[in-house]
Design a protein around this ligand. Structure first.
Ligand code: FHN
Length: 482
């Protein structure tokens, strides 16, 4: 009788310590937080429908297209290995020669519907297109500079047909925009003198005008993908960039902006001085993927990837390692398994056509996606321990786990460790749901799923339908231990 109140007291006391401990930590963390005017304005992921759609896209396409596609990495008969879209910055390339490429921009084979069809067949659900790369050449007829398509032999807007064609194909468009602009007289790497400061003020107005112009001209675009924001000059513009971001978001509610746009007042980029992500998703995964879920800190993210080693714009000579479709599919599966999207870059030629190798890869990826996209679209981190056979993904709010298999175990037995209180209800091949697979529980919550390895030459997907585990379910191994 006397022991009951004591027990309750202890429980209450423990509960108090627990709550006090937790909130204590929160207060401590808050106390340590730096007061920021221009840091992140949100903690945690966006929850609106537009962002949820973006999150579930899984696979995207990147397009780098501009004047650099005309030389394609070659100048004066010599092929250079650097990234083709950077050719203007090379010593060998005289700047006036590059800038006058505008008079050669006449992509007679450009067909926006064909580009969109290639992306659609590949299974891309969004596309990020360079409206303006570092060279400053605009693929839309901006009224704020003469360095645009309007003054090329082509004369016509490139962005409008692209936005319309991709949108018609059901592919969301994101506008790539380089803040760094080698063509604008006011742009500076750094601001060291009063003259720099005056020049850069003009450049800031120009940048703001162009961004508002883009959002106004292409209202179907879902977001902006910023680049060239690493220079000291831009990093010093925390207030301006923060206000501009707010202005753009007000103009276009739901607009998606990654973490590469602005720095906080201490010059911190991507993550502010309190380590909170700035923008709607992490944009730091360029030509690399995270390895574990811990690497992405609970944020949305996408990975942009080149097919060759480091060429974004069209380079006539693709040297070094060129990725295979299987590698690219594996990167897609890995990205989705870690809660991100995978965005594959294409660099169309100067005449507007897409190189054959890119078309072939897109087709191969598309063939795979047609059978297996259920494991990619609207999927994310499964919570399962990584196994050597490949990557697992999971649909949100549905009890299905997808095992995307890249390495077939010689035994034909695929190890799966499920969370506590979860069991496998049924397992089958995604490509052939009639092939129900044998499942064996070998330890508590640890299973072997058996699939016939001989018939598969491409990556394939095993589906696990899961259910709540019934209490009585002991397995042979556990019995042996008793
Ligand atoms: O310098 C650019 C590069 O040319 C390319 O556009 C990539 C794409 O993510 N971004 C920059 C490098 O980070």
């Amino acid at each position: 009788m006397v022991r009951k109140p004591i027990k309750s007291f202890i429980i209450l006391h423990l509960l108090f310590l627990l709550i006090a401990g937790t909130t204590g930590t929160v207060y401590a963390q808050n106390a340590e937080k730096i007061k920021l005017k221009h840091g992140s304005h949100r903690e945690g992921k966006r929850t609106d429908a537009i962002m949820q759609k973006w999150r579930g896209n899984g696979l995207g396409q990147f397009i780098h297209w501009g004047l650099y596609a005309i030389p394609g990495g070659e100048w004066n008969g010599k092929q250079y290995n650097g990234a083709a879209e950077w050719i203007r910055s090379w010593n060998e390339m005289p700047k006036p020669a590059y800038d006058s490429l505008i008079y050669k921009f006449n992509p007679v084979n450009f067909n926006a519907d064909q580009w969109a069809a290639i992306a659609k067949d590949m299974g891309a659900r969004y596309v990020t297109i360079t409206t303006k790369h570092h060279d400053g050449f605009c693929l839309w007829p901006s009224k704020y500079t003469s360095y645009t398509v309007a003054n090329s032999p082509w004369k016509k807007d490139i962005m409008k047909p692209l936005v319309d064609a991709y949108d018609k194909a059901g592919i969301d468009v994101i506008l790539y925009f380089s803040i760094m602009d080698w063509n604008h007289p006011g742009w500076r790497y750094d601001i060291k003198t009063r003259a720099d400061s005056i020049a850069f003020e003009g450049f800031k107005k120009f940048t703001r005008n162009q961004l508002i112009e883009l959002l106004t001209m292409y209202p179907k675009a879902k977001g902006l993908w910023f680049d060239g924001t690493w220079d000291k000059s831009w990093i010093k513009q925390a207030k301006f960039a923060d206000e501009l971001e707010a202005e753009m978001r007000k103009l276009r509610p739901g607009l998606i902006i990654g973490s590469r746009f602005r720095a906080d007042e201490y010059g911190k980029r991507h993550f502010d001085s309190n380590n909170v992500l700035m923008g709607d998703y992490e944009q730091g995964w360029e030509r690399k993927l995270p390895n574990t879920i811990a690497d992405v800190h609970g944020n949305d993210w996408d990975c942009v990837m080149t097919i060759p080693e480091n060429q974004w714009g069209y380079n006539k000579a693709w040297k070094g390692h060129i990725k295979t479709s299987t590698e690219l599919i594996e990167m897609t599966a890995k990205a989705v398994s870690l809660g991100g999207n995978f965005v594959l870059n294409f660099g169309p030629k100067g005449d507007g056509s897409i190189r054959d190798q890119e078309k072939r890869l897109a087709l191969e990826i598309g063939d795979w996606m047609k059978v297996n996209n259920e494991a990619i679209y609207n999927c994310g981190y499964s919570g399962l321990e990584k196994q050597d056979w490949g990557y697992s993904t999971k649909k949100t709010r549905i009890d299905k786990i997808y095992m995307v298999v890249f390495n077939i175990p010689v035994s034909g037995a695929y190890r799966v460790k499920l969370p506590a209180k979860t069991a496998i209800a049924k397992s089958y091949l995604l490509a052939d749901q009639n092939q129900v697979l044998k499942v064996e529980e070998v330890h508590t919550n640890e299973y072997f799923v058996y699939a016939n390895p001989a018939s598969q030459s491409k990556p394939f997907v095993i589906v696990l339908e899961t259910k709540k585990k019934e209490r009585s379910g002991e397995n042979n191994y556990d019995k042996a231990k008793i």
